[in-house]
Design a protein around this ligand. Structure first.
Ligand SMILES: [Zn+2]
Length: 179
């Protein structure tokens, strides 16, 4: 299988507004331009993955099942607006985790690269031509550590950044014409 480029996205404050350790579906709200960005990536044929630090699990603030419930909601909301999220990787670890098995140094918690590299292996992603986008320096560091291009999102409008990223790196991909 030929490796393909992909888009890796942070979740909280990149796709959905972060209310701090966000996990309640009732708190779900899009960051400006996020659904349009997801739709655009799907339209040009790029696979989209979410890579999210979920230290709140290790800290005992919510359960892994709560996170999956939230993620499923996000995926469904995106799909309803034309965006496709192929897979999600999460890191439940935290240096101050109350759950001892999750209080461990790991390579998956961003700025570690392992969530990205594991998804790449699973889905045959070409990291060198892929892009990581997130609102924190740790997102950029993780993307670079994985060998991707990386962009810091300033929180204003993800659709604008998505258009810029496609112009910079995927100008060979074309939005299919309407018919
Ligand atoms: Zn981890």
């Amino acid at each position: 299988m030929k490796k393909q480029p992909a888009i890796f996205l942070d979740r909280d404050d990149t796709l959905n507004i972060d209310v701090s350790y966000t996990y309640k579906v009732s708190d779900f709200d899009w960051v400006r331009g996020a659904p349009e960005a997801l739709k655009l990536f799907s339209k040009v044929g790029l696979d989209v993955f979410i890579v999210t630090n979920q230290g709140g699990i290790g800290r005992g603030l919510y359960a892994e099942s709560d996170m999956h419930h939230f993620n499923d909601h996000l995926i469904a909301e995106a799909a309803a607006l034309g965006g496709h999220i192929k897979d999600i990787a999460f890191c439940p670890h935290h240096p101050e985790a109350v759950i001892s098995t999750l209080r461990t140094p790991c390579l998956c918690r961003k700025p570690g690269h392992q969530m990205i590299t594991r998804l790449a292996e699973k889905w045959s992603v070409d990291l060198a031509t892929s892009v990581m986008i997130g609102d924190r320096d740790s997102d950029v560091a993780a993307g670079r550590a994985a060998g991707c291009h990386a962009y810091l999102f300033d929180g204003t409008d993800l659709h604008e950044l998505a258009k810029h990223v496609i112009n910079q790196h995927f100008s060979n991909l074309r939005v299919p014409a309407c018919r």
